[in-house]
Design a protein around this ligand. Structure first.
Ligand SMILES: Cc1cc2nc3c(=O)[nH]c(=O)nc-3n(C[C@H](O)[C@H](O)[C@H](O)COP(=O)(O)OP(=O)(O)OC[C@H]3O[C@@H](n4cnc5c(N)ncnc54)[C@H](O)[C@@H]3O)c2cc1C
Length: 447
């Protein structure tokens, strides 16, 4: 039987947040406060917004339900990728070439922004600018890699097509046979990165209140953000609540919360490192419709997962502990890395992502007075764009044009209400799973 530690009930959230002590927690909000902007949620979106708005000279209070990094920002796999939309050919199909190019430029800017933030503020998050490879595990996926490579070249994305010989020359694990290398970005330790952003926000003068769930937002002038023991009056409110946004009664018709799962292995022995290769340490995600993600960590482990997504009827959040998801991930790990059959999986965890039907983030103003701002729905690729949310929100709030305009000037595709939403999500995930199953079965049967 598998014996893993689930992080569902632990304040550490995921192994990335190990060592975060309760002694560091910011106080909860008690009493009333007046600021220019109240930010709800202290993940990449909320913290990047606090940092940017402080630089604009605005007073900012950040209200976080648990602790900074408790959401997806402290649980993700740490692949910093220039991924935007479902894939580039679909992006071009939905929005045309001009907007697709603008979106590619936006996400590359966002990747550069993360790198600049890490450098400027000396955030010690084990960032390795090794790029990420979108990899085929079977020839059935080659066409998808080739289409992605062609579209990427057309839109000026920085990358390289890796044929099988080049994959082997680079020493990528044998399961990965052809790939599109995204040169921009790499891998990092998300826990240390989000806690670094928290430090930068505090140093910039943002006021942070942790263990302070927001219960209601009155979107008048001023807006009033209510918590159990206090209130914040603000000219504007920014929701950095991603998958929790619908539970605050906002964007219910747009955002679909989903749950995804990861695990971590024990550190690899020298012999295991030699057997797997992976000299370039590139992040890898597969060309499956519901991708698998694989990476090495700075302490010599593998973190892998995704592949399985869950949706709760009505748009609530799913449990972090899902034995069936874990069993599927463990099985996939054993198939992709047969050379590591003795390597133990030591922890697993899950986290919420949010999806808009066109796979692009939703950004804009809502509320009766238009003074509630939201940036959410990164489709599981928010490390770059959620970290850039602060720049985009500031541009929107201050009426400036900016790279984010490619997002906020597009037409939205609304989600249908329940039960049609459940049916839509089931139909989409069912279709994606059946495409992926065909690939995995062909691999299994050597076809
Ligand atoms: C398992 C997993 C793997 C992933 N891997 C990758 C990856 O490798 N690369 C990548 O680019 N992206 C990845 N992602 C996606 C990425 O982590 C997210 O897009 C990103 O973290 C979103 O940041 P955020 O700040 O918007 O949301 P979150 O980090 O989820 O933050 C939302 C915050 O709001 C708080 N909150 C919610 N409700 C309230 C309330 N009522 N009052 C106060 N606070 C509230 C929550 O506690 C939370 O801290 C992954 C996500 C998951 C779950």
């Amino acid at each position: 039987m598998l014996h893993l530690t689930s992080h569902a009930e632990r304040p550490e959230v995921s192994p990335w947040m190990e060592g975060v002590s309760a002694a560091e927690d910011a106080p909860s909000l008690e009493g009333d406060l007046d600021v220019d902007v109240a930010v709800v949620g202290a993940g990449f979106t909320g913290l990047s917004t606090a940092i940017r708005l402080r630089a604009e000279g605005l007073s900012v209070a950040v209200l976080e339900r648990a602790i900074a990094g408790h959401g997806a920002s402290g649980r993700n796999a740490g692949h910093l990728t220039p991924t935007i939309g479902k894939d580039l050919p679909t992006l071009a199909l939905l929005f045309g070439k001009e907007r697709a190019s603008a979106l590619v430029r936006l996400v590359e800017t966002a990747v550069g922004h993360v790198e600049g933030t890490i450098r400027r503020h000396a955030i010690d998050c084990a960032y390795e600018p090794v790029g990420n490879v979108m990899a085929a595990v079977h020839p059935k996926q080659y066409a998808m890699i080739d289409r992605a490579a062609k579209a990427a070249r057309e839109f000026g994305a920085d990358g390289e097509l890796l044929d099988e010989a080049e994959m082997r020359r680079r020493g990528l694990p044998l399961a990965f046979r052809r790939g599109w290398l995204e040169r921009r970005g790499g891998i990092l330790h998300p826990g240390r990165y989000v806690r670094g952003l928290r430090r930068v926000a505090l140093a910039a003068g943002a006021r942070l209140f942790e263990r302070t769930p927001v219960e209601a937002i009155d979107d008048g002038e001023p807006a009033v953000v209510r918590t159990a023991k206090g209130r914040v009056r603000a000219r504007s409110v920014v929701l950095g609540t991603n998958a929790w946004t619908p539970s605050l009664g906002r964007l219910r018709g747009t955002l679909v919360p989903l749950h995804v799962y990861l695990f971590r292995t024990a550190p690899l022995t020298e012999a295991q490192v030699a057997s797997v290769g992976w000299r370039g340490r590139e992040g890898v995600y597969t060309a499956h419709e519901i991708l698998e993600s694989w990476r090495l960590t700075d302490d010599g482990r593998i973190v892998g997962g995704s592949k399985v997504v869950r949706y709760a009827y009505g748009g609530g959040l799913c449990p972090d502990d899902d034995p069936a998801a874990l069993a599927a991930l463990q099985d996939t790990f054993r198939r992709r890395f047969p050379e590591l059959r003795d390597l133990a999986l030591t922890e697993h965890w899950g986290g919420p992502i949010a999806l808009v039907l066109d796979f692009l983030p939703w950004i804009g103003r809502i509320g009766r007075r238009g003074n509630v701002y939201v940036c959410a729905g990164y489709a599981g690729h928010g490390l770059a764009l959620a970290s850039y949310a602060g720049e985009m929100i500031a541009d929107l709030m201050l009426g400036r044009d900016g790279p984010g305009a490619a997002l906020w000037t597009r037409r939205w595709i609304p989600m249908p209400p329940e039960p049609f939403r459940w049916l839509t999500v089931r139909a989409l995930t069912g279709l994606f799973e059946s495409i992926d199953r065909r690939v995995d079965r062909a691999l299994e049967h050597g076809r």
